[in-house]
Design a binder for this molecule. Sequence first.
Ligand SMILES: *[C@@H]1O[C@H](CO)[C@@H](O)[C@H](O)[C@H]1NC(C)=O
Ligand SMILES: *[C@@H]1O[C@H](CO)[C@@H](O)[C@H](O)[C@H]1NC(C)=O
Ligand SMILES: *[C@@H]1O[C@H](CO)[C@@H](O)[C@H](O)[C@H]1NC(C)=O
Ligand SMILES: *[C@@H]1O[C@H](CO)[C@@H](O)[C@H](O)[C@H]1NC(C)=O
Ligand SMILES: *[C@@H]1O[C@H](CO)[C@@H](O)[C@H](O)[C@H]1NC(C)=O
Ligand SMILES: *[C@@H]1O[C@H](CO)[C@@H](O)[C@H](O)[C@H]1NC(C)=O
Ligand SMILES: [Ca+2]
Length: 560
Amino acid sequence: MKFFEILSCLCVLLTSITNAVSDKPHIIVLVIDDLGWNDVGFHGSNEIPTPNIDALAYNGMILNRHYTQPTCTPSRAALMTGKYPIRLGMQGAPIGEGSPNALPLDEKLLPQHLKDLGYSTSLIGKWHLGYYKKECTPISRGFDTHFGYYNGWIRYNDSVVFTTDGSVSGIDAWENNQHAGEKLRNKYNTDVFTDEAINIIKAHDTEKPLFLDLSFTAVHAIGNSRLQVRDFQQNEKQFGYIKDPDRRMFAGVLSAVDESVGKIIEALHEKSMLNNSIVLFIADNGGATEDSKGMFRNTASNWPLRGWKTSVAEGGVRGVATIWSTMIKKKNFVSQKIFHLTDWLPTFYAAGGGNVSNLGQIDGINQWDHLTGKAAHSPRKEVLLNIDEVKGDEAIIVGNWKLVKILKATTEFGGSTGREDEYNYNMSSVVATTTHQILNSYSNKTNEDTNKTTHQFWRIRNHAKIDKHCKNRINDTNNENGPHAKCFQEGCLFRINEDHCEFKDLSKKRVEVVSKLRRKLVKYRKALVKQMTNIYDPNSDPKYFHNYWSPWISDLMKVE
Ligand SMILES: *[C@@H]1O[C@H](CO)[C@@H](O)[C@H](O)[C@H]1NC(C)=O
Ligand SMILES: *[C@@H]1O[C@H](CO)[C@@H](O)[C@H](O)[C@H]1NC(C)=O
Ligand SMILES: *[C@@H]1O[C@H](CO)[C@@H](O)[C@H](O)[C@H]1NC(C)=O
Ligand SMILES: *[C@@H]1O[C@H](CO)[C@@H](O)[C@H](O)[C@H]1NC(C)=O
Ligand SMILES: *[C@@H]1O[C@H](CO)[C@@H](O)[C@H](O)[C@H]1NC(C)=O
Ligand SMILES: *[C@@H]1O[C@H](CO)[C@@H](O)[C@H](O)[C@H]1NC(C)=O
Ligand SMILES: [Ca+2]
């Protein structure tokens, strides 16, 4: 027997011993791409029913101040490393198709840490952290399995993706580094990803803890063709009451995600895993609203927040988030505490029984004791939202204050309010979901009458709505010359715990606060690694790789 064979036998033995006594929670993360603050029913919109997502939220803990990065790649880098993207050179634009950039290979990622604790790890859907060589792809970076794609988006019906200028295109669909285009061709990818997730749950050996990262294409736009739904005619009928045809498409895309959430909860329940699971539902960044003018606007709504995807205004970085687990102390609750994407790495590591001091220097803060009620106070008091040294955007929150400098083009208010008279929110339909029935069966309120539940859920929804903090904003039209503070040159200071809509600049009145926050930014700037820039490499053209976007650089080629 060779040495490494003995070693691997030993490992198997050791793992099976720890398995037998393992009570580590399963961790399920649902990442929705470019979902807006006001797209879910539980934040107050009546426009698009999201009964399963809302049931998850009302039964769990709504994280009403969960901060992300302004765009996809930086957010996913933060989630995977527990570090602010400025430390990785990933604070700028998302990785472009055929661009030889990637999350630095010396970083140890969330799934790798969880594997140390005995977890099986699976990624379904989007990666977007680089693929120019095989070593950068999910399978090489801690995921036991991956079914999905490497770039920032794919078409919902056939996994094709184009470069931004539309000149080059190819298929982006992979299953454990093998071509998987056929599995996504002529199907709707939200459904395919959901079925894959259910298969992983069904096949899971429950003695082992599972980390499942389900990262949807939805509700990301697909270049200039915007969005795609499962069945266009049916969708037009179902959402005919929404006047904007693009928003009707958005409603269909989001509804499919809502159905998926219900199916995942059901699968976990049927497999008897849910009682020992953490389910986290998050947006990776703010919605790309109708006003965002970019190629990737999806008619999401961040109303009443200001700004959109790419912005460090709240609309770009205050993401939808809710968490459910029997282990979480305060359920049926809206948390106003600050969370950041980087927190999940140490939080999950701690939940899995790891000692967070093994994680080294990270920006993420372990929130597990806070979530489970072992610690009375939230450990996070400040968050760096970003420093983009090329665009000039930057923002930091310390305590009640936010110091922010933003590009003019991304600070307007916009998005559908979903509060028009013709819409009604149907709480009964939330309580009627199987999702609610299942989640409720794990609570102490199985015999509670429906009226009481309905009443409680309305109360939670009122807490999660932030309209009352944005009175000035409510009547403001989408107008960059409006009365709200401009933060393009000197930046603004907002009392963000009250002024959620960044209306009233206090920087001239509270100069000492400004100085304090500036000093913090100076300190962070010292740690900043110059951001990567996208350069399309023509060698990546899918025409050289059977029409697939594929890793195109091998280490051999780099030898001079
Ligand atoms: C997917 O949708 C696009 C855009 O509508 C269309 O051009 C393409 O032919 C579709 N692919 C398949 C396999 O139907
Ligand atoms: C975690 O690790 C640190 C440093 O190795 C050690 O001092 C501490 O006692 C450990 N904590 C637990 C709970 O094991
Ligand atoms: C609300 O949902 C319930 C349960 O699904 C349904 O029976 C009822 O018709 C709905 N009410 C309205 C006004 O749509
Ligand atoms: C969940 O697990 C706890 C502790 O093992 C047990 O007491 C409870 O009955 C379980 N609940 C359900 C709904 O299975
Ligand atoms: C149910 O109530 C018991 C006793 O009050 C408590 O110990 C337990 O944590 C509760 N379980 C849940 C899921 O809230
Ligand atoms: C907003 O507009 C409504 C209707 O025009 C009006 O009743 C309300 O007083 C306005 N609120 C504010 C804060 O201006
Ligand atoms: Ca995104």
